[in-house]
Design a protein. Structure first.
Lengths: 282, 321
């Protein structure tokens, strides 16, 4: 599209202003994490921090009410295990639905569409809305305050299965046929040919899952009741709503909790953008 | 290890001689192997719990997931919810929130996508700046919003600006006036717009350049191009994004809870459905799983009905075109 120079300059000005506004919350978090309480609550807004160095961080580490290190550990365990297993389960199911659904006249001929229907049926009703049924199930299994309870119910993502299915449906069937001719079975074809050619979509779904797991709040709040199963989000939330909260310490915690996920995001953003472009949502 | 090596040499040989290896099981067998883990989990952790919860919703089930027969109350939980003003208010809160946040996010993220399309230099940089908030949790965003940006004290960032313009400090979260919506809406707008911007960019990239060129030959520019090409071509993107935005507004919990809950509990205002359900069923000291289950059933029905209406509506519109 051809366009005038003035409109291009206008676009840059608007984008520049909006970008600055979008960066304000990050600036505020960093300023507060490196300031003293009185500096933050001073009636005039101080642009720059006054407490560079690790004093706030040291106080946060020493605060046993927050237990930041343990909380970060719990979050990391949950996010990593949940991401790996979700990808594994969803990729296999997505491939089955795209390629292996029974055909012909047998009694199984509708199996593919039944499973797909069960999957799509849950897309409309996200797991957050049904948090009480999930809680009932996990309580019934006796999994409250355990890693099993925190992780297992979230491993079966209809959304991930659906995205994989869409991707595999468009996968060049010639590659699989070539592998089949070389004597590879379905299992081997999937792991040796299909998955190595699905890095992009796996990176995209993996990033979404990891960020979702790291940032989750409601489910860990319900299930991680015992202190030793508190995720970093629940720990920070509890600290924030408790009495006499130390604001610089809290923001230091926020900064620590946000850094890993922003790093993952910046590194893997490319996959996300490509994945969205190919998935056909939108 | 050895077995693997033997197998490899065998398959190699066979591949050369007959081009084919004995494959265990047929296609149907492998379909079930591949789909089994997901299907088992989906049934166990989605469908069975909903059925179980539907059963519980007919009981006065407090602190138990296996109620006794004498705790049966029929549709009592449903009746008490549907006659509870607070529950109906929570549905109203969801509608208000949706009516504001959906069009705002839609327009804003589409605007960002269109602006990014107009520039060449530093496009990736700008895209990243708008996209990165997606990685921040609602808990941490709420921390920034309630304690610094919209702190009701004089030193809050927005209040500092208000005061420098000659106004007086606003109690953003006190609930005296509905200004808390500014806090909640701006927070979500900041956090989610980047994601929908990416969806719009993908949608815009699918529109063929030749359509624009043809229209430009006809003398169409600016607004006309948008009105007659971009907008109609984005129809399916729009349908998908509106659906996603409404479902995501329906799930609102994290930012409401973390922005508004205090040591004294959650305030009586700004309670969307999931916050309300949490407070009546699990948030207090005891668990009222019967009532909570009934609420879940009603909310599930609401979202399913909405989804069906939206799908049918979209189909009709597409058929008309």
């Amino acid at each position: 599209m051809r366009q005038s120079r003035a409109s291009t300059i206008g676009a840059y000005v608007v984008l520049g202003v909006l970008a600055l506004v979008f960066l304000v919350p990050f600036y505020v978090m960093i300023r507060n994490a490196f300031s003293t309480s009185s500096w933050i609550s001073s009636p005039t807004w101080h642009l720059l921090p006054n407490n560079w160095g690790s004093a706030n961080f040291a106080r946060l580490l020493a605060n046993t009410n927050v237990g930041i290190i343990q909380a970060l550990g719990v979050s990391a365990v949950i996010a990593v295990i949940q991401t790996v297993l979700t990808l594994l389960i969803a990729a296999m199911a997505g491939y089955a639905l795209a390629r292996l659904a029974p055909t012909g006249r047998g009694p199984m001929r509708r199996a593919g569409s039944v499973v797909l229907g069960l999957t799509l049926g849950t897309l409309m009703v996200p797991s957050t809305v049904t948090f009480i049924p999930s809680f009932v199930m996990v309580a019934g299994l006796g999994w409250i305050s355990s890693f099993r309870g925190l992780i297992v119910p979230l491993l079966f993502s209809a959304f991930a299965v659906f995205l994989y299915r869409q991707y595999f449906t468009g996968f060049p069937v010639e590659l699989e046929e070539a592998a089949r001719l070389d004597g590879a079975g379905y299992w081997r074809t999937f792991w040796r040919v299909v998955m190595p050619n699905s890095i992009g979509i796996t990176g995209a779904i993996g990033t979404i899952t990891f960020i979702g797991a790291w940032n989750a709040f409601l489910w860990p709040l319900l299930i991680g009741q015992d202190r030793s199963y508190r995720t970093v989000q629940v720990a920070l939330s509890t600290f924030m709503t408790s009495q006499g909260v130390d604001v610089p310490e809290l923001f230091t915690g926020g900064l620590v909790a946000v850094i890993p996920v922003v790093l993952v995001f910046v590194v893997l953003q490319r996959f996300l953008v490509e994945g969205v472009e190919r998935s056909g949502i939108g | 290890m050895q077995a693997q090596a033997v197998e490899r040499s065998l398959t190699g040989e066979r591949a050369v001689t007959s081009g084919r290896r004995r494959v265990v099981g047929g296609r149907t067998f492998w379909f079930w192997v591949f789909v089994a883990p997901f299907l088992a989990g989906l049934l166990t952790f989605v469908y069975v719990p909903i059925v179980w919860s539907g059963y519980l919703s007919l009981f006065d089930a407090r602190n138990t997931v296996t109620p006794r027969p004498d705790q049966f109350v029929g549709f009592g939980n449903y009746v008490s919810l549907l006659t509870d003003k607070a529950f109906l208010t929570s549905l109203g809160t969801f509608m208000v929130f949706t009516v504001v946040i959906v069009p705002l996010t839609y327009a804003f993220s589409l605007g960002l996508a269109l602006l990014l399309q107009r520039i060449r230099v530093a496009r990736t940089f700008f895209r990243s700046v708008f996209f990165i908030p997606t990685a921040v949790s609602y808990v941490i965003a709420a921390m920034i919003w309630r304690l610094s940006l919209f702190n009701g004290a004089r030193f809050g960032m927005v209040n500092t600006i208000v005061r420098s313009l000659g106004g007086t400090a606003v109690g953003w979260l006190s609930g005296d006036t509905p200004v808390y919506w500014v806090v909640l809406v701006s927070l979500r707008l900041w956090l989610q717009s980047g994601f929908y911007m990416i969806l719009f960019i993908a949608g815009l990239n699918r529109i063929g350049q030749d359509m624009y060129e043809a229209a430009a030959l006809d003398g169409a520019t600016g607004w006309k191009l948008f009105r007659h090409i971009t907008w109609p071509q984005l129809a399916s993107t729009t349908a998908a994004i509106v659906l996603l935005l409404v479902i995501s507004a329906f799930q609102a919990f994290d930012e409401f809870y973390n922005t508004l809950a205090t040591i004294g509990g959650y305030p009586p205002f700004a309670r969307p459905p999931l916050v309300y359900l949490y407070l009546i069923s699990l948030g207090g000291g005891s668990q009222n799983l019967g009532l909570g289950s009934a609420g879940t059933m009603i909310l599930t029905l609401v979202i399913v009905v909405f989804g069906v209406v939206q799908l049918v509506g979209t189909r009709r519109l597409e058929a008309k075109r």
